[in-house]
Design a protein around this ligand. Structure first.
Ligand SMILES: CC(C)(COP(=O)(O)OP(=O)(O)OC[C@H]1O[C@@H](n2cnc3c(N)ncnc32)[C@H](O)[C@@H]1OP(=O)(O)O)[C@@H](O)C(=O)NCCC(=O)NCCS
Length: 145
């Protein structure tokens, strides 16, 4: 298993990343996810997990100015995390988060935030198993103006 930062100059790696984004966010089209990814540019950091040459997971992380539950100012934030069904429970997501932790520390951050859909029990158990603590539960609202 290899965890590596994405090389965005590699079309093959970007394709692998977008394919997995589509698995994580199937409510979007591949084109939408590819457009968003290219617009995000360097705002997000991406690591890919490969088993031999097979892409098996990814993590996206960035900086948020406020991290819920912390008064320490800006911190790192996990924006997306996915491991393929056949590769779960092998510690891959944990290693992906560790790559983000190392990056966040390098940036001088003292906290790493993350979130999940309120009914995503897998994600809840995963986060708690690797040392995150729950700080609150929210519902997002929107009003058209
Ligand atoms: C959540 C997800 C990324 C976990 O990936 P994974 O590679 O299987 O996780 P790991 O093997 O690194 O697990 C790390 C720890 O979490 C625990 N864990 C992972 N999934 C779990 C589950 N469904 N229930 C209970 N514990 C779980 C593992 O047992 C392990 O604990 P341990 O170190 O005490 O043994 C993966 O299930 C996934 O991609 N799910 C669909 C997308 C998703 O929900 N993403 C997260 C959105 S925030």
């Amino acid at each position: 298993m290899k965890i590596q930062p994405i090389n965005k100059d590699s079309k093959a790696q970007v394709d692998d990343w977008i394919d997995m984004r589509l698995k994580l966010w199937p409510e979007h089209t591949r084109d939408e996810l590819a457009d968003e990814a290219s617009q995000l540019g360097d705002v997000i950091q991406v690591w890919l997990a490969y088993n031999d040459d097979q892409p098996v997971g990814f993590i996206e992380a960035g900086t948020r100015s406020v991290i819920e539950g912390s008064y320490d100012g800006p911190g790192g934030f996990v924006e997306g995390l996915y491991v393929g069904q056949d590769y779960r429970y092998h510690g891959i997501a944990k290693q992906l988060v560790e790559a983000v932790e190392a990056w966040a520390k390098q940036q001088g951050y003292t906290v790493l935030g993350s979130n999940a859909e309120i009914d995503n029990e897998t994600s809840d158990k995963f986060h708690k198993a690797i040392g995150f603590r729950e700080v609150d539960r929210t519902i997002n609202y929107l009003k058209d103006l």
